[in-house]
Design a protein around this ligand. Structure first.
Ligand code: TYD
Ligand code: MG
Length: 480
């Protein structure tokens, strides 16, 4: 019998220690160590094709020039947003982690994907739901589902073909089924429910999550089958289980959004096969997720007359320009301490903007309640939204509406200067495409040398581009 080996793991970052510690030396959290039994590694439980001894497969150094390079094979899904977020389709043998809060729609996203790829075999492994529950969900996601149910069953044709469901939590059993079925794509809902017989501790614990991921990683690389792992997120936004998970997988995607809004965002956090700042937008409908290919149109609300406190900012999420509506409400505080609330925007950054407006422009906002809201329930981190927000705050404070068809793209510095933003050409082009008539940008974005002129050629645009250097200038132009 194998000797029982015990180790202590930090549940927050996965740090391993031989003895119990009160404070984790790695992530500085208190009381996060739990005992886990590591055992059975040398017993005869089948593993994913036990790897050969290291000496047999030692690699030799090669010159870079001698390495033959072939474009990695990518599998295109019918979901264009998903392809783009992954950097152009699913890479063979890649391990992708999809994180998100419970109920945000991770299972829906992956099942919908699995059901809509009739030309390949997809294995959807679920440790969370029974096959009946999955069937019920699949029914909801079926296109053309309505009164003529029986008829549509036949006319559905390709829908759901090639999608196999397995409700199982033991990795050894999963691999057994995989060997039999030989799927082209595997989805695991969720990594926290799996357990490996090689490890004694309970499913969801650090060492189990790590071992199961390692086994799936080995499988993905050796069989060149892409594997998607769904992972839960803890309250503070970390993928539950060790941070180590993020290092092991090739790609980390985050599915986020406000549960009370219909929009969901799929964001790349890490991607070994593409840009890590991509973003896809979906709308959650009664019959599943719908891709939103033109986000600007849905994020701008329809109104007939200009209202105070509302501005449009030209932001960039990943590679994609997006026009976002921001709203501000400034009112006299009823209590001693003014309230400052921001939805979809960093509260600290809002405080900074308010301080700049107070100190540099002389607006007395100290005793005012300020509420900021980014519509559509999305979160914006692009600093180019600063200028639009500041304009919204002042517009609400002075109760003067911003003229129609005006938008903004500029970062505000601590001394009230408008700083340049990246890819300004793309932002201007998007604003023009959506029918805006003027856009305020930083004057530092304007071309100075001839070579810049080629890049930002303003004569190409019909929209009125207004370069500004300081925040007071903007207010002068807007409010007179
Ligand atoms: P789910 O995929 O179960 O979330 P997760 O796997 O991330 O925990 O999403 C469930 C939510 O989505 C639930 O609140 C119902 C809603 N939903 C729809 O609005 N439309 C649909 O077609 C489906 C299947 C779910
Ligand atoms: Mg789920």
């Amino acid at each position: 019998m194998a000797k029982t080996k015990i180790a202590y793991f930090c549940q927050s970052c996965g740090f391993e220690s031989a003895k119990w510690l009160g404070k984790c030396p790695s992530c500085q959290q208190w009381n996060t160590f739990v005992e886990e039994i590591l055992e059975k590694t040398n017993t005869s439980i089948p593993n994913w094709k036990s790897s050969p001894a290291p000496s047999q497969r030692a690699n030799k150094p090669v010159q870079v020039a001698d390495i033959t390079f072939t474009e990695e094979h990518r599998l295109l899904t019918p979901d264009k947003e998903f392809n783009r977020v992954l950097g152009g389709g699913i890479v063979a043998g890649s391990l992708v982690l999809i994180g998100g809060e419970p109920g945000i729609g991770k299972s829906t996203l992956m099942l919908q994907l699995a059901l809509n790829m009739p030309n390949i075999k997809v294995l959807y492994v679920s440790g969370e739901e029974s096959d009946k529950q999955i069937k019920m969900r699949a029914e909801r996601l079926a296109p053309d589902f309505g009164e003529s149910r029986i008829k549509s069953q036949e006319s559905r044709g390709e829908f759901g073909k090639g999608c196999y469901v397995l409700t199982e939590t033991s990795t050894q059993n999963i691999f057994k089924q995989i060997e039999e079925l030989q799927p082209d794509l595997v989805v695991v809902d969720s990594i926290q429910t799996l357990y490996s017989a090689h490890i004694e501790s309970t499913p969801g614990s650090v060492s189990q999550v790590r071992e199961c991921t390692a086994e799936l990683l080995r499988f993905a690389k050796e069989s060149s089958t892409p594997v998607f792992l769904i992972g839960h997120i803890t309250k503070d936004g970390m993928i539950a289980g060790p941070k180590i998970l993020e290092h092991m997988v090739d790609t980390v995607l985050q599915f986020e959004g406000d549960r009370h809004h219909v929009y969901r965002i799929l964001r790349t956090i890490k991607n070994r096969f593409g840009s890590a700042s991509e973003l896809g937008i979906y709308e959650m409908l009664g019959e599943g997720l719908r891709e939103v290919s033109n986000p600007s149109e849905i994020l701008l609300s329809q109104r007939d007359e200009p209202l105070s406190g509302i501005t449009i900012s030209a932001t960039l999420e990943g590679m994609r320009p997006m026009l976002i509506e921001t709203q501000a409400l400034v009112s006299t505080s009823a209590y001693g301490t003014p309230q400052r609330t921001a939805t979809g925007f960093d509260t600290k950054r809002m405080s900074m903007l308010l301080a700049v407006l107070e100190k540099r422009c002389g607006f007395r906002l100290g005793a005012k309640d300020v509420f900021l809201n980014i519509t559509g329930g999305i979160r914006v981190e692009d600093p180019a939204i600063d200028l639009g927000l500041a304009a919204a705050i002042i517009s609400s404070h002075e109760d003067i509406p911003i003229p129609f068809k005006t938008c903004f793209a500029g970062e505000i510095g601590l001394s009230g200067e408008i700083r340049a933003v990246n890819r300004v050409e793309q932002r201007i082009a998007e604003a023009q495409k959506l029918g805006f008539e003027q856009i305020f940008i930083s004057k530092y974005n304007m071309p100075t040398a001839a070579k810049d002129k080629k890049r930002l050629d303003l004569s190409r645009y019909t929209i009125d581009v207004k370069p500004v250097g300081r925040i007071e200038e903007v207010f002068g132009l807007l409010f007179g």
